[in-house]
Design a protein around this ligand. Structure first.
Ligand SMILES: CC(=O)N[C@H]1[C@@H](OP(=O)(O)OP(=O)(O)OC[C@H]2O[C@@H](n3ccc(=O)[nH]c3=O)[C@H](O)[C@@H]2O)O[C@H](CO)[C@@H](O)[C@@H]1O
Ligand SMILES: C=C(OP(=O)(O)O)C(=O)O
Length: 456
């Protein structure tokens, strides 16, 4: 068992139905990328609805190392911190490699600095990436795309050195798989490249569409066509933007699953229906109830479990508009309470079901398989990865000592601990801070019996 500091442990006394309201802000998978986009502009950018999560702090540090000024708006009348960031790239400069290396292993975002830095400075040093350890997560599509634009990529022991001997040129790129990050890499590079770029087999997640909206506000010309094709006409200069980030659909689903698994009732303020439709269908089929409130400026979705038997289901994760892989882990916890056999086929990451071992220690019955269960064959079927699961339910969960392996699994462990009888000690909660703002306070406000540290 790893030793962790008191602030990195949460003691959870389970068995309470969570009830009340929580607020979600801008999407973790959009906000840091919009911040990187600000590097491309010659004016100041203003980003609203920014959550206080560690991925935002990491990108702030990287931008500051490159001379971008990042400031928060003034606090509200009640002293509440502003959720607006003001980004001024007027004095962009080459950061020292040491300053960049300090961010090694922290998140996936540093690789998206390539295009903006190549356009502004002709050189980008990219440290080793972090992010959730849920598969191999190579960046070969990113590097192939950068080379196609005319960049030169050198692998160094401490990271990647990428240079642009001359202005990058628009190009034709076909991604082997609709990768979110590689699509964003192409967008952030193509907007200032000379000529036209055509990207096929692109990802079209809502966060990508929102990034396109940001870039269009800056002066970019980007069109999305049928069949996963994105066309970008490069321009010579971009300005700043003012934008409100789309709500975090992944955090929203996590709270929905917490309501379902604990038999509770949670209104998620700030959540919008549009990006949640695939999840909402699954939620309803499992036996959850929800109600959408479209009040302009203050939308919300209320999720609850009205007490009937939850139903088992066969699910497969996929690229958008399929079921997001980041919804899978909280849904697995909810499905431990469903009657019958549920099947999960994880097709986006080859190693995203390992977290189920800990759920089995809590009393769940989840069996992993190498085969593609439940329908279509995926990239992992022939490669010996445990990427399908069969969940038998319902099972009573009991408290346990848990160590968080990644962001979504971490929040899912909290849901399981809250649904369980008895006390759980959850180590490594700082990983959850990557994507869930102020989650301990939100849990307490919903009536959860949780305390920071090892408990009394
Ligand atoms: C910060 C962020 O936005 N993270 C999200 C982003 O991650 P991220 O952008 O890293 O995920 P990708 O969509 O790129 O990865 C999807 C698949 O493509 C593979 N791949 C990707 C790039 C590459 O160069 N080579 C390659 O083989 C990956 O190993 C994975 O199997 O999209 C994922 C899929 O929706 C989400 O789970 C993550 O929450
Ligand atoms: C996998 C995730 O994030 P990242 O890509 O930042 O590791 C996630 O948000 O669930």
């Amino acid at each position: 068992m790893e030793l962790s500091t008191a602030s990195d442990v949460l003691t959870v006394h389970g068995g309470t139905a969570l009830s009340g309201e929580v607020r979600v802000r801008g999407a973790k998978n959009l906000v840091p990328k919009a911040m990187v986009a600000a590097l491309l502009g010659h004016g100041t950018s203003v980003l609203h609805n920014v959550p206080q999560i560690s991925d935002v702090r990491i990108v702030t540090g990287l931008l500051e190392a490159h001379g971008v000024s990042v400031t928060r708006g003034a606090p509200g009348p009640d002293g509440e911190p502003s959720d607006t960031l003001i980004l001024d790239p007027a004095s962009v400069e080459q950061a020292s490699d040491t300053a960049v290396e300090a961010h090694a292993g922290t998140s996936r975002i540093p690789v998206l600095f390539c295009g903006p830095l190549l356009h502004r400075l002709g050189r980008a040093f990219i440290p080793d990436l972090g992010g959730c350890k849920i598969g191999d997560r190579p960046i070969d599509f990113h590097l192939d795309a950068l080379r196609a634009f005319g960049a030169v990529v050198e692998k160094r022991p401490e990271g990647l050195l990428i240079s642009a001997p001359e202005r990058l040129r628009g190009t034709q790129i076909r991604l082997p798989y609709p990768s979110v990050g590689a699509t964003e890499q192409v967008l952030l590079t193509a907007v200032l490249a000379e000529g036209v770029t055509e990207l096929s087999n692109a990802a079209t997640e809502p966060e990508i569409v929102d990034l396109i909206a940001v870039l269009q506000k800056m002066g970019a010309i980007i069109s999305v066509h049928n069949g996963r094709v994105i066309r970008i006409i490069g321009v010579d200069q971009l300005g700043g933007f003012t934008h409100r980030a789309i709500p975090d659909r992944l955090e929203t689903a996590s709270w929905a699953c917490a309501a379902l698994a604990t038999g509770g009732d949670i209104r998620v303020i700030g959540a919008a229906q549009g990006e949640m439709m695939t999840f909402l269908n699954v939620f309803r089929r499992i036996g959850g109830d929800f109600e959408v409130d479209d009040t302009p400026g203050e939308p919300s979705i209320r999720f609850w479990h009205s007490g009937g038997q939850m139903r088992a289901l066969a699910l497969e994760t996929d690229v958008y508009p399929g079921l997001s892989t980041d919804w899978q882990q909280p849904l697995v916890v909810a499905l431990t309470q469903a009657h019958g056999l549920s099947i999960i086929h994880e097709t986006v990451y080859e190693q995203r079901l390992g977290f189920t071992d800990a759920l089995n220690r809590m009393g769940a019955q989840i069996q992993l398989y190498r085969e593609c269960l439940g329908g279509s064959a995926c990239r992992f079927g022939q490669r010996n990865f445990m990427h399908s699961a069969v969940i038998s339910g319902p099972t009573k969960l009991h408290g346990a000592e848990l160590t968080i392996p990644d962001l979504r699994a971490g929040f899912s462990y909290l849901i399981a601990a809250l649904a369980a009888q008895g006390t759980s000690t959850v180590h490594g909660i700082s990983l959850i801070r990557r994507g869930y703002e102020d989650f301990e306070a939100k849990l307490s406000a919903l009536g959860a019996d949780v305390e920071l540290g090892l408990g009394a």
